[in-house]
Design a protein around this ligand. Sequence first.
Ligand code: DGJ
Length: 717
Amino acid sequence: MSVIHLRRDGVSLMLNVGEIARVEHWGADLGPTLPELSLMHDAVPHSALDVPVALGLLPQASDGWRGRPGLRGYRKDLHGGVSGFSPRLRVEASSHTEFSASITQIDADLELRLQTTFVIHSGGLLEIAHTLENTGAGTFALDELAITLPVPSEAAEVMDLTGRWCRERHPQRHSIQQGTWVRSGRHGRTGHDSSLLLAAGTPAFANRRGRIWAGHFAWSGNHEQFVDNVADGRTVIGAAELFAPGEVNLEPGGSYTTPSYFAAYSETGFDGVTKAFYDWFRARAQHPKSARPVVLNVWEAVYFNHDLAVLKELAESAAELGVERFVLDDGWFRHRRNDHAGLGDWFVDEQLWPDGLTPLIDAVVSHGMQFGLWVEPEMINLDSDVARAHPDWISGPVRRQTADDRLPLEWRFQHVIDLVNQDAWQYVYNRIHAILSENNISYLKWDQNRDLLEMGHNSAPSTHQQTLAAYKLFDALKAAHPEVEIESCSSGGARVDLGILQRTDRVWASDCNDALERVTIQRWTQAVVPPELVGSHIGPRTSHTTGRTHDLSFRAITALFGHFGMEQDVRKIQGQEREELRHVIELYKQFRELIHTGTRINADLSDPSLELHGVVAGDGTKALFALSAQTTSYAEQPGRIRFPGLHAGAQYSIELLYPASTMPRPGVQGDVAIQRETPPWIESGATVSGRVLAEMGLPMPVLNPEHALLFGATLIE
Ligand code: DGJ
């Protein structure tokens, strides 16, 4: 029996590697001296198994586990007989370094080998994956291989995220009671409702309070995340890929590797979880290093009405404002005059663009901007040349030979191209590769606009293979065009996960540009994904997806805390509002380095109508905070608001940066952020210590609902 102890940045993972391998502890740093393992033996109750139940790395009935099993599968013999349904894994070997471990277990009777790897990354984020290998002669049908981690009984509440189109990643929570809480994703893609994070924590854990054990499953296909509280009182959190019946069969020598499960432990509420994820993201070799350019995406400006003269005007207007990347959205390829046709025909439309995209790209580049292009490579319209030529390239539950054969239901008039079919995959690769090779393109907005239901290749379920084939497409195009950045968009934010983010450079968090919705969408997207990877645009004054109207300051302050841009007809923004927009773009350029490298702060405010978030530089020298009011305030006036996260002993100068309280407001009368008189310090700024800001706070003006204020703090001594 041996112990492996991985410790890093406040987190301990203690592995007990005896005959059975188990996680003895995952959570707070235990220090260098560990207890005798024999001290940890559990009691044996009446009417129970005669030995303590072992919660192994792969919980299983053969060890007495009666919760969700870690491995489900069976052997099929040639006559249809079934055996080998209950694995009994025993440790064969283990190894470790300071921050990583590998444990191999085998079931000699079932002829299975399982290798589990653990890595604690800098910042304390734990990464786990299993590989299951069939070492026997026959087929092993794999139904599920789950990654689980034990959490202590003080983790009495669970919080996860849910949502829908235009309302992604909203939190929901409840107490953990006996039973299993499962979040299933059967969308074939990550899903608008997918939980980016499933967190168990001490009661009432909050932004900066409480202990939290949180997991994320890095996969863009079907999946389940769960909390399992079993009758013996133990609780595990975990995740698994969700397979269709018969989807994964391990032939002799074949293996299956799970997506990685990332797990963060925090003693400082969600902000500690977020810090662990940000540290991991930012340490990656491929993490974007250059300043994130100001974007203009033309979708809500022109939709499918692509007109070279208009687009050139938009480019000129954008450049004049300070935009650095111009993105041409859906509608540029053959037959794509609306969303009924053209997907799959990845050729520049000759009628609309007789001279190709070059005239527009040249205009964009001559203004000093990068050019970006929208694509949706995984999809196909029936009304397309490619679908007419290759009806068998459409994924579905039956082997399709003619246009009359059964298909899944249409969604936005489109289907999924069967990327498991090598010819279809190669065609899509060749076309996107050609478009990138023939044009000066710096950026792809890679969309995916439907759930992938009833995915099948040659009549067999194929969501797993389709997801891997899509990953391979991203990887191959990235390898061929390493300078091209890729955004993961999926009807807005339906493909936001660490699987896709290993091969892309940002995500589109939502099709909703309404700042009020965005405050929550971005807060929870950025609980895991750092702001430099989260696209956030200033939409039109009246939101196209909700019909709400917001002044520029609320839209701008909300968009600033991300990879900032605009999505509207910027030609129409004139006069004072244009000057204000220019000012906002300058603010973004001034603060983007801070926003994209600093520590995310989310305050715990008692007034539910208010939200305060910010970013503090790693060395504590500066910070930026946004205070927004979502509804009319709870109290008559907000009183003092505390700004956490600064160096307690340092003095800071804090000021209102935007909107200046004296700034004349464009638009309708009464469209102002602040009601009546402001506290006097707002006019001139204040000098206070980080401790005073965190513990006492400063009095705030009365904010009108759906408005925000931007504050800057600078360390002065
Ligand atoms: C859905 C995306 O989320 C939008 O931003 C836009 O690109 C449309 N698709 C285009 O069809």
